[in-house]
Design a protein around this ligand. Structure first.
Ligand SMILES: CC(C)(COP(=O)(O)OP(=O)(O)OC[C@H]1O[C@@H](n2cnc3c(N)ncnc32)[C@H](O)[C@@H]1OP(=O)(O)O)[C@@H](O)C(=O)NCCC(=O)NCCS
Length: 170
């Protein structure tokens, strides 16, 4: 398994994998499907997407968002001081191909993503997860992420837990 930073050329592979994962969800509320424009923005300007490859096949990816506008910055949800809102990063979408699950791929992507976020000198990490997504919640607990509150970030009124980790605390 090889992990590498994805580029605009990988957009089609990302969309195909997202489609497959969405088609296999037991409950559509578990995962918010991103638009091609949103993913392209994340790839090109607003963040990083790490991809896991088996040969040349993309079998998982983890998005990280670094460029956050004032409205979307989740630091505001738990009153991170104004002067530290620039030190916030978000975990964005994470998917693993159904045939490749429970092999530690998501965990590896998360560990590499954490390294990258620390290299960028970020201090506060946030992620939104459905309370029904027990696999994801267990995975994020392994990283030391803690549930802070419930939020309703989408137009669909889907419930999400907001999870947080202070990266300066080992
Ligand atoms: C959630 C998802 C990314 C996990 O990917 P994965 O590569 O299978 O996960 P890993 O093998 O790295 O497992 C890491 C940890 O997650 C937890 N986990 C993963 N799958 C789980 C499951 N089916 N049930 C319970 N816990 C699970 C475990 O704590 C696991 O650690 P362990 O193996 O030491 O017990 C994958 O199931 C997926 O793509 N789901 C659909 C999309 C989605 O829900 N994305 C996350 C949205 S926030």
């Amino acid at each position: 398994m090889r992990i590498q930073t994805l580029r605009k050329e990988n957009l089609q592979q990302i969309l195909e994998l997202q489609q497959l994962v969405v088609a296999n969800l037991v409950d559509t509320e578990l995962f918010y499907q991103d638009t091609p424009d949103y993913i392209e923005d994340l790839l090109v300007t607003k963040g990083v997407i790490l991809g896991a490859f088996d040969d040349n096949n993309l079998v998982g990816y983890r998005g990280i968002k670094f460029c956050l506008n004032a409205k979307e910055n989740l630091g505001k949800e738990i009153d991170i001081v104004e002067s530290e809102l620039d030190l916030v990063a978000h975990f964005d979408a994470l998917v693993v191909h159904p045939n490749y699950r429970r092999q530690g791929i998501a965990h590896r992507l998360n560990i590499e993503a954490l390294d990258l976020i620390k290299q960028r000198n970020k201090k506060h990490l946030f992620v939104k997860v459905s309370p029904k997504n027990t696999a994801s919640l267990a995975m994020l607990a392994k990283l030391g992420m803690e549930i802070k509150k419930k939020i309703y970030p989408y137009e669909k009124n889907w419930e999400r837990y907001l999870l947080y980790k202070n990266l300066e605390i080992p």
